[in-house]
Each structure stands twice: as structure tokens, then as C-alpha cells.
Design a protein around this ligand. Structure first.
Ligand SMILES: C[S@@+](CC[C@H](N)C(=O)[O-])C[C@H]1O[C@@H](n2cnc3c(N)ncnc32)[C@H](O)[C@@H]1O
Length: 248
């Protein structure tokens, strides 16, 4: 007979979001994710970790975590996580996310990744957007911003912002500040709270469609002969620059 937790897992796995590891589950719970199933190979260790690092969610985890044999856990995840914790969460409705992204007036920027290629970069950007309280992260192109590798790199922080894929034509209202080494130096600019901050693809930079929507082309200081920065570090510098002028 199939273990009831395994039955739940297999029933939900195709449509739910995989939270791989203790920290992804912790973050998702903190930001209101609905988590129908969570497992660990060692409840005692997982709850001790919670008591130590995340006492705010310790009781929730106590009620939620089911201990499963190592062999069962290994069938749930592509590769075991060092914390041996995994969970499935309900993906937020697209309509609700789109409403958040399009809502005006907006008090924090929306980050746009124009046709990103690297799943780790996309996750790192979502983590940054969560940390800076950005309204949302929009991707254009084919990459799925809810891919399990993106969620893993984002440490479960998709639940702390609104993450969706859109076309350039569907981008939310607001002045578009697109980042490109040919733009005006960011140090002379104040980025408004309702800015749409757009970043180009790792391979080809900003697309012609995104450039056509751009109101201001902005550059990050960079010494001659260096071609460009990594996408996620560019987002980090830009959000930091916005935050230094934003009200606290
Ligand atoms: C790895 S870079 C893209 C490099 C690409 N080969 C190109 O032709 O632009 C990814 C994105 O990071 C941002 N970026 C990187 N360095 C930048 C800089 N010095 N100033 C402004 N944006 C930068 C841009 O949005 C860029 O499209």
C-alpha cells in the first residue's frame, strides 16, 4: 500500500511548487504560501534547525512536517538537499499576481528580466526583489520563472513578491528605466518608486522590443575594457541605488 504522504506528494507534484530545502520552506511559510505537504528524513533535526534559525515558523513546521524514510524522500526530489527537507506549495494564481504587478499607484519598482537564459540568475534576482520589497519580477521570453531550479535559487522567496512571465507589450505602466552600458550614469539619476527596471538577456542584452518601450537608458559605473556585469549583480546595484533615495 502507498504511504498516504507519498500519495499526496505524487498527486500534487505536477501542479505544485517544489520547495527544496529548509530555507525555501521557511521563506515560503513566512510570506503566506499554502503548503499542503512537507517532509523530512529527520524531524528532530529539522525542528532544532527551526528553533535555532527560524523560531517564528517552528510551531508551523512542527504541525506540518512528516518524517519519511530516506528512500521515499529521494523519490520526491531531483537531488537531496543538505537539510533533507522538501515541501510542495500552491502556486499563486496568475490573475492575482498580474493585479499586484499592474496596480497603481505603485510604491516600489517592478523588475523586468528581458529574455533571461540562466535559471540561477533568475532565482537570484527574485531573492533580491524580495529583499528590497520590489512589487514584482516579470520575465519575458521562454524561461519559466517558476521552474524548480529558479525557486531553489530564489530560496522560496517567490512568495514575497509577484513573479510572472509577460510579453513586452503586456508590461505594467510606469516609466521604463532600462539598464545598458551605453546609458546615462545611474549615479546622476533618482529612480522613481514606480519605475519599471528592465535588464537584458545574459547573451544579447536588451531586445529591440524592450528598447522601443524604454524611457531612460541607464548605465552602471564600469571601468573601460570590462564588457558587462552579471545580470543578477546588475539588478542588485540598481535596486540598491533605488533604495538609497526611497523613503524608509
Ligand atoms: C551580462 S549583461 C548582457 C551582456 C550582453 N552580451 C550584451 O550584449 O549586452 C546582462 C544585462 O545586465 C545589465 N548590465 C550589465 N552590465 C551593465 C552596465 N555596466 N550598465 C548597465 N547595465 C548593465 C544589462 O541590462 C545587460 O543587458
Amino acid at each position: 500500500m502507498t504511504d498516504p504522504v507519498a500519495a499526496d506528494w505524487y498527486r500534487l507534484a505536477d501542479t505544485a511548487v517544489l520547495l527544496d530545502g529548509f530555507h525555501a520552506l521557511k521563506h515560503a511559510l513566512r510570506f503566506g504560501a499554502e503548503v499542503p505537504v512537507a517532509v523530512t528524513t529527520d524531524r528532530q533535526t529539522a525542528l532544532a534547525l527551526a528553533a535555532d534559525l527560524a523560531p517564528d515558523v517552528r510551531d508551523t513546521l512542527d504541525a506540518l512536517l512528516t518524517e519519511v524514510p530516506e528512500a521515499t524522500y529521494r523519490t520526491f526530489v531531483p537531488r537531496p538537499h543538505p537539510t533533507a527537507v522538501a515541501a510542495l506549495a500552491v502556486r499563486p494564481a496568475r490573475a492575482a499576481n498580474l493585479e499586484k504587478i499592474a496596480h497603481t499607484p505603485r510604491s516600489t519598482p517592478v523588475v523586468v528580466l528581458d529574455n533571461p537564459r540562466n535559471l540561477g540568475n533568475a532565482g537570484a534576482v527574485i531573492r533580491l526583489a524580495a529583499g528590497f520589497g520590489a512589487t514584482g519580477v516579470v520575465t519575458t521570453g521562454t524561461l519559466d520563472p517558476w521552474h524548480p531550479t529558479v525557486v531553489r535559487a530564489g530560496a522560496g522567496l517567490h512568495y514575497a513578491t509577484a513573479v510572472e512571465r509577460l510579453t513586452v507589450e503586456e508590461l505594467p505602466p510606469g516609466p521604463v528605466f532600462a539598464l545598458d552600458p551605453e546609458g546615462d550614469d545611474i549615479r546622476g539619476l533618482k529612480l522613481p518608486d514606480d519605475a519599471v527596471l528592465a535588464f537584458g538577456s545574459e547573451r544579447t542584452g536588451l531586445s529591440p522590443e524592450l528598447r522601443a518601450r524604454t524611457d531612460h537608458l541607464v548605465s552602471l559605473p564600469m571601468r573601460p575594457q570590462v564588457s558587462s556585469y552579471n545580470l543578477a549583480t546588475s539588478v542588485a546595484m540598481t535596486l540598491y541605488h533605488w533604495s538609497t533615495a526611497a523613503p524608509r
